[in-house]
Design a protein around this ligand. Structure first.
Ligand code: MG
Length: 247
């Protein structure tokens, strides 16, 4: 069952989304060539504590970081550590927080200095694919209209959609029903209703869509080791259309 949030729930989730957006904005300011992913993790932890919230990822099935930090060919679930960013890298930051029992989840990919044109386009296409998906998050559409919009746009731009990982419902748990693939035909799955809240998160690859998990048990990389990008927003479906909670 996909849970429908009450107006009170939505109000709390708006607050959870705003706080997360603020943390991510602050965090981005500190990210430059030379910094290590572990230092980004410490900065994220400081911001999370300053806001009086909790990382939803730390300790999740044993995940050691406050935040997922994935560089270049790393798709998602990168563990923060010693790796230092260099000019030309791209970095995906994925963070979920818990605020008074409510969750919000967002991700962004940033270039470090000047990156090559194809990688720059990868970032732009991934960001735009998320917006295309969000635009379909409206009452009476089918769930897979979101999926189709993301895949259709992404492939038209010459990039591929990760299959192994998908978006999800969110609310009083980090991961709720339904799963939201970023691929598939339109007009499938449940109808979207007012009060559903969805974490929509396209993961888009430069080359093939295939991924594999590294020996650390977490870090997902592209099989061809070409760069991957990831954008995510927590979105409420309302009578007035999609409402992005994490911006
Ligand atoms: Mg998510």
């Amino acid at each position: 069952m996909i849970s429908l949030k009450s107006e009170k729930d939505l109000q709390m989730m708006r607050e959870a989304g705003k706080i997360l957006a603020k943390i991510m904005q602050e965090l981005q300011k500190g990210i430059t060539a030379g910094i290590s992913t572990g230092e980004i993790n410490r900065m994220a932890g400081d911001l999370i504590r300053r806001e009086g919230v909790k990382s939803a990822f730390k300790g999740y099935r044993g995940f050691p970081g406050e935040i997922c930090v994935s560089v270049n060919e790393e798709v998602v679930h990168g563990i923060p550590g010693e790796r230092r960013l260099v000019e030309g890298d791209i970095i995906s930051l994925d963070l979920g927080i818990e605020y008074k029992g409510y969750f919000s989840d967002t991700a962004i990919t940033l270039p470090i200095g000047e990156v090559n044109p194809r990688t720059k386009k990868l970032i732009e296409v991934t960001k735009r694919s998320l917006l295309k998906g969000i635009r379909q998050a409206r009452i009476n559409n089918h769930l897979s209209d979101i999926s189709y919009a993301i895949q259709n746009y992404t492939e038209s731009q010459g990039f591929s959609v990760v299959r192994q990982f998908v978006g999800h419902g969110i609310g009083i748990n980090l991961h709720e029903e339904p799963e939201i693939p970023n691929f598939g035909p339109p007009n499938q799955g449940p109808r979207l209703l007012s009060g559903m809240v969805l974490a929509i998160e396209p993961m888009i690859n430069t080359g093939g869509w295939e991924c594999e998990t590294m020996d650390d048990g977490w870090t997902v990389v592209t099989k061809d080791r070409l760069p991957s990008a990831h954008f995510e927003h927590t979105v409420a479906i309302t009578p007035y259309g999609p409402e992005i909670l994490t911006s």
